[in-house]
Design a protein around this ligand. Structure first.
Ligand code: 5AD
Ligand code: SF4
Length: 438
């Protein structure tokens, strides 16, 4: 094994929270004197920051770890972090003898020590005691994007939806002190960042675990909105039950808060919502949407939907279809139900055949495409404020997003990157709008 690690490579699977954790880990490794490389073959240390949300996410990593083990132990340190570390713990080390360490989602502060221990003892190390400590050096976070940044405000989830592994892999909700968040956001703005997305499994729970702070989610938004030079604030994800009227007022009143709310509905049928332990009825969900639209008329909504949850009948699926038709989300992530070990739903028979799940998934995808296309059609000819992020994949056109999260590409000088521009939209293709500098 390499005694003197010089380079590292982190492969990230899953959600934005994982991407951010990878950036935080990269920051720690750089502080330790290692250099990031973007070719796995050139790395002395490889970390797989993993996801357990659906079976496919786990299978990808298991396949990859299996391939890496062929031909025995190589001259490289290999670690697994993230949700699979928590879901599988020691079983990973047993199954893959070439794996050097497994670190849980709430132990990323221990990364540096664990690597030292691996090198010193040449033993496999497991660190998943799940005690998140607020001593992370957030300011060292190594971000590739220079215009927008993710900032963690609350870790974990206390909701325990019956299908979801997250409360087990990421633990209880722990809010981050507001001063620490404000300090990080200020420092990002000083370094030229224009947009910050606040991350948490349920950002709307922010501050509830620490009543003495007297700072709930909307209070935090007022503090962040006061940062000069911070043009845009986004946040995700919001549990419908915890969206308050104060938050809606904050979205309406604070100029930097973007008018886009990711607001997972999950299903449109009450018996299914109940079995999912979503703790709202579809009528209550509709009411929240109506209230939000009344207070913030130009708000766009995003959602997550699961099809084929145990016992979901055709008629119950139709209720989800109708609910989506009624609400007309701007953006929908649609998933086929995947049983997760350790969750309550795993005890129920996964009784909707895969072919039926696929069919339902496709119907919702088609519906969403129609809705999005109609929305884009309406935007033609109008101008929108776009934060210009970078060159598009083609390397020629610039790419940015509107406040309501629509992607726009247009021709312009490189100097536009990092600025807000008015772009007039003339056409669209595959959910991307094409426009010109207005
Ligand atoms: N199967 C399918 N989708 C799931 N999600 C969470 N757990 C599962 C599961 N077991 C979806 C939910 C959640 C999103 C992040 O992933 O819709 O909001
Ligand atoms: Fe999972 Fe539900 Fe928590 Fe979201 S709110 S992370 S779906 S348990």
């Amino acid at each position: 094994m390499t005694q003197n690690l010089k380079t590292f490579f982190i492969r990230t699977y899953g959600c934005q929270m994982n991407e951010l954790d990878s950036e935080i880990m990269a920051g720690q490794l750089i502080k330790k004197g290692l250099t990031p490389v973007y070719d796995e073959e050139k790395a002395d240390l490889i970390i797989f920051n993993t996801c357990s949300i659906r079976d496919l996410a786990e299978r990808k990593v298991m396949g990859k770890l299996g391939i890496m083990g062929r031909g025995g132990k190589k001259n490289v340190v290999i670690g697994v972090t993230g949700c699979m570390a928590m879901a599988k713990k020691n079983a990973l080390l047993e199954k893959f003898p070439h794996l050097d360490f497994v670190i849980g989602t709430n132990n990323i502060t221990d990364l540096s020590h664990v690597i030292d221990e691996v090198i010193e003892t040449k033993q496999q190390i497991l660190k998943t005691d799940n005690q998140f400590e607020e001593n992370l050096d957030y300011l060292a976070t190594q971000r590739l994007n220079k215009v927008k940044a993710h900032v963690s405000i609350i870790r974990g989830c206390n909701k325990f939806c019956t299908y979801c592994i997250v409360p087990y892999t990421r633990g209880n909700e722990i809010s981050r002190p507001p001063d620490s968040i404000v300090e990080e956001c200020r420092s990002l703005v000083d370094r030229g960042y224009k947009e910050i997305t606040l991350l948490g499994q349920n950002v709307n729970s922010y501050g509830k675990d620490q009543p003495e702070w007297n700072c709930l989610f909307h209070d935090l938004l007022y503090r962040l909105n006061a940062i000069q030079g911070l043009e845009r604030i986004r946040f995700m994800t919001s549990h419908p039950v915890d969206i308050t009227i104060e938050l809606m007022h904050a979205i309406r009143d604070l100029p930097s808060i973007c008018e886009f709310v990711h607001f997972p509905m999950q299903a449109g049928s009450n018996p299914i919502l109940k079995k999912m332990h979503r703790i709202y009825t579809i009528e209550e969900y509709f009411e929240k949407v109506a209230m939000l639209r009344e207070i913030v008329p130009n708000v766009s909504l995003g959602t997550d939907i699961i099809v084929g949850f145990p016992t979901e009948t055709d008629a119950q699926f139709e209720e989800t279809y109708e609910a989506m038709k009624k609400i007309r989300f701007s953006l929908a992530f649609i998933f086929a139900y995947s049983p997760r070990k350790g969750t309550p739903a795993k005890r129920w028979k996964d009784d909707v055949p895969e072919s039926v799940k696929e069919e339902r998934l496709q119907r919702l995808l088609d519906l969403q495409t129609q809705i999005t296309n109609a929305e884009l059609q309406q935007m033609l000819g109008q101008s929108f404020e776009v934060l210009v992020e970078k060159f598009n994949k083609d390397g020629r056109l610039l790419k940015g997003r509107t406040r309501c999260w629509k992607k726009i590409i247009f021709e312009g000088p490189e100097s536009c990157i990092g600025t807000l521009q008015q772009i007039r939209v003339h056409s669209f293709s595959h959910q991307t709008m094409l426009g010109t500098l207005a």
